[in-house]
Design a binder for this molecule. Structure first.
Ligand code: SF4
Length: 293
């Protein structure tokens, strides 16, 4: 793939206006990464186990998008969920990612360490689902942290059992998506189960980690008072770990990718939330004592 096609202007988790995101994004793609070629299924399974190689969709340098300061965000390939509002269905299959040697990734991240340190930034692993390639991500985190680079994991938490407590030692901040507040709605929204996310948030709290919760507000799907109330209660169960909640208004930036891939897009006619709806949801979370952005 060319640089242009790999360059990202949006992330699937932070549904920012594309113009805003683009203005915060300095560079990206997968240019310059030496890539192993001819990997068969056995090689891939082995790479997943050892973490010597990671399957990466793309990366970029951004500000104020995927954590504090200026950050390098690495979008890993592969995701077990199928969120109706996913902006990047092209990250779903791990085999569609580009294999990257772990040494290459570490070198690339450490190259920016002065920028990270000067801005209070660091590296964020996102996706797809960042916890789908646990050995690669945790080994990278371990190595770059030794160089003074702050680390952030952007995840839905569904696969948190892939990470031992020891692996989580190297995570400074977690951006945790709580996509809905009860199992039924969560399953409708994502195709997956909610409980692993709840378990993970509580586990992060026990481990003394910091969480920024993300909740995507989709009219007619996630916006009922009851659903928001349940999300707030789940966040309360994460204790002091939660620093704030990001309410991310749904919009249609992802629609062209669903069309390009020829898959049915369930939110084809859905519009973003009104100002009133955003204010109501913000108030609801604030009434539980949370800082809300
Ligand atoms: S969790 Fe997976 S399906 Fe859901 S928005 Fe993120 S990448 Fe898309």
């Amino acid at each position: 793939m060319s640089d242009t096609t790999q360059f990202r202007t949006t992330t699937q988790h932070m549904l920012k206006e594309s113009k805003v995101y683009a203005s915060h994004t300095l560079m990206g793609g997968l240019a310059g990464f030496e890539s192993p070629i001819g990997l068969d299924r056995h090689d891939r399974i082995n790479a997943l186990r050892t973490g010597d190689i990671g399957f990466v969709h793309s990366w970029d340098i951004n500000t104020s998008v995927d954590g504090p300061g200026t950050r390098m965000t690495v979008f890993m390939s592969g995701c077990p969920l199928r969120c109706q509002f996913c902006q990047n269905p092209d990250t779903w299959k791990m085999r569609d990612g580009q294999p990257v040697y772990i040494e290459e990734m570490i070198k690339r991240i450490v190259r920016y360490k002065d920028v990270f340190q000067n801005t209070g930034g660091g590296v964020t692993f996102s996706g797809g689902e960042s916890m789908m390639q646990p050995a690669f991500v945790s080994r990278v985190f371990h190595e770059v942290r030794k160089e003074g680079v702050s680390t952030c994991l952007d995840t839905a938490g569904f696969l948190n059992r892939n990470f031992t407590d020891e692996m989580l030692d190297d995570v400074d901040l977690c951006l945790l998506d709580v996509k809905s507040g009860d199992e039924k709605t969560y399953h409708t929204v994502t195709g997956g189960a909610l409980q692993p996310t709840i378990d993970f948030g509580r586990r992060l709290n026990r481990l003394g980690k910091k969480i920024w919760v993300r909740f995507v507000l989709v009219p007619g799907l996630t916006d009922s008072e009851e659903n928001v109330e349940n999300v707030a209660k789940i966040c309360e169960s994460f204790g002091d770990a939660v620093e704030h909640i990001d309410v991310l208004p749904f919009h249609q930036l992802g629609r062209p990718k669903w069309h390009e891939m020829g898959i049915d897009y369930p939110l084809e006619t859905c519009e973003g939330p009104s100002k009133e709806l955003k204010a109501r949801v913000k108030d609801q979370f604030e009434s539980h004592g949370f800082v809300v952005y």
